[in-house]
Design a protein around this ligand. Structure first.
Ligand SMILES: C[S@@+](CC[C@H](N)C(=O)[O-])C[C@H]1O[C@@H](n2cnc3c(N)ncnc32)[C@H](O)[C@@H]1O
Length: 399
């Protein structure tokens, strides 16, 4: 292995930063990449992959290190990286920081590990997965431990997927057009520096996530509300599907996300979209029965997208998931009132837990006879999906 010292030092420094300040990986990675604009693509890739893999397999690595695990955060970060490489069979360079642990000892320690340690999940989440998904959980947990692939959503307001593929290929970024929607990146390059990105021809969006706006079944000229819009991944897709005709109201409780959405909408050439901050319950009440389509892409545990955010499993806990489940049910109950009679409501999460998904919808339908279920889709990594894990349910307001 050619271990590039500068990127390994950056990996260790990033881990120290995350462990000491409880910061999320994506922010630290973004900052580090910005500090190293001259790294070549290989160094960048190595850095990102290794940081995510240490975080993904942290519990397994802790277990492999056993009693040799250090309390000193710098030493510990080096130990994790070294243990990961040794378990992958990599011969390490003779650097002073490369702490000597034997790969035999690592493997021996792992032989005693529980399933939660082997698959590197916290005990509470492992148990929750087993309780909710039964024997499917182990396969799902393993599938969620893979590295994420990169997918693009073609902005059909500006370009078609084949033209986008050919244009990116001229910048040595290779992609393949997916049968249902978007492109998979097969050879990575500086996507966000391309003219195609600057001109709003695409957004990065998981192929599974692209199914949500499709399920909303929007038509040009309709009135649509995306009530948990965030930075607008789905709002922008909806605008493209509506061919920039009609009205989209994108709402969230966080203004900074809506500000990002406005910038993205400008780049994408979307001019049918308005943003609105949800200040209190009146913001929603005033919009009673005003929309043909209501999208509720609710806040969730994000367990379906652990490939992209592997550290999320160390930040979540059982209480935080319970609180999210309560919030989801309140949002579904209150925000669904914005749907007109004859209109469609879509509830979506990036979770694979039935308690955030099917059970929420079943309970809502039992309490709200004005709605009926039209279609449900569960994208379960390892089973029904090679993409991230998602759930979406389309309902019609019948009275
Ligand atoms: C899953 S994310 C949305 C992702 C977004 N739809 C996209 O495609 O990029 C959920 C969003 O719900 C927002 N949120 C949290 N509580 C909310 C509430 N009570 N009402 C509306 N939005 C809320 C969060 O700020 C977050 O942006």
């Amino acid at each position: 292995m050619h271990a590039d010292r500068q990127s390994v030092e950056a990996i260790v420094a990033s881990l120290i930063h995350m462990f000491s300040h409880q910061q999320y990986a994506d922010k630290v990675i973004e900052q580090t990449l910005a500090q190293h604009p001259f790294w070549d693509l290989k160094s960048k890739e190595r850095y990102v992959t290794d940081v995510y893999n240490v975080l993904r397999f942290r519990r397994k690595l802790d277990c492999a290190l056993g009693s040799t695990q250090s309390q000193n955060v710098e030493f510990y970060a080096w130990q994790l990286w070294v243990a990961m490489k040794l378990l992958d069979g990599v011969v390490l360079p003779e650097w002073p920081e490369v702490v000597r642990v034997s790969s035999e000892q690592l493997k021996q320690n792992l032989a005693q590990a529980t399933d939660a340690q082997q698959y590197s999940y916290p005990d509470w989440l492992w148990q929750k997965g087993l309780d909710e998904l039964g024997e499917q959980w182990t396969t799902v947990a393993q599938a969620l431990n893979q590295s994420a692939k990169t997918y693009l959503r073609t902005n059909t307001l500006k370009v078609d997927s084949n033209t986008l593929r050919q244009t990116l290929s001229k910048s040595n970024i290779e992609t393949q057009v997916l049968p249902e929607a978007g492109l998979e990146v097969t050879q990575y390059g500086p996507l966000f520096k391309t003219n195609a990105f600057q001109s709003g021809w695409f957004e990065m969006q998981d192929a599974g996530s692209q199914k949500v706006a499709l399920l909303l079944d929007v038509k040009p000229g309709q009135r649509v509300v995306d009530a948990c819009a965030g930075a607008g991944g789905k709002s922008l897709h909806i605008a493209a599907l509506m061919q920039n005709k009609g009205y989209i109201l994108s709402m969230d409780i966080q203004q900074h996300k809506l500000d990002t959405l406005k910038k993205r909408a400008k780049r994408a050439g979307v001019h049918t979209l308005e943003t609105r901050l949800i200040k209190n319950s009146k913001t929603i009440k005033r919009l009673k029965e005003k929309f043909d389509r209501v999208l509720l892409d609710v806040p969730c545990s994000g367990i379906g997208v652990l490939r992209r955010n592997p550290d999320a499993k160390w930040h979540l806990n059982s209480n935080s998931v319970d609180n999210l489940i309560t919030l989801q049910s309140e949002i579904l109950q209150r925000y669904s009132q914005m749907c007109k009679i004859g209109g469609r409501l879509v509830y979506a999460t990036c979770s694979i837990l039935p308690s955030e998904n099917q059970l929420q919808v079943t309970q809502f339908l039992a309490e709200n006879k004005a709605f009926k279920l039209i279609e449900e889709q569960t994208l379960l990594p390892g089973y029904t999906s090679e993409y991230d894990g998602f759930y979406m349910a389309a309902m019609e307001r019948i009275s």
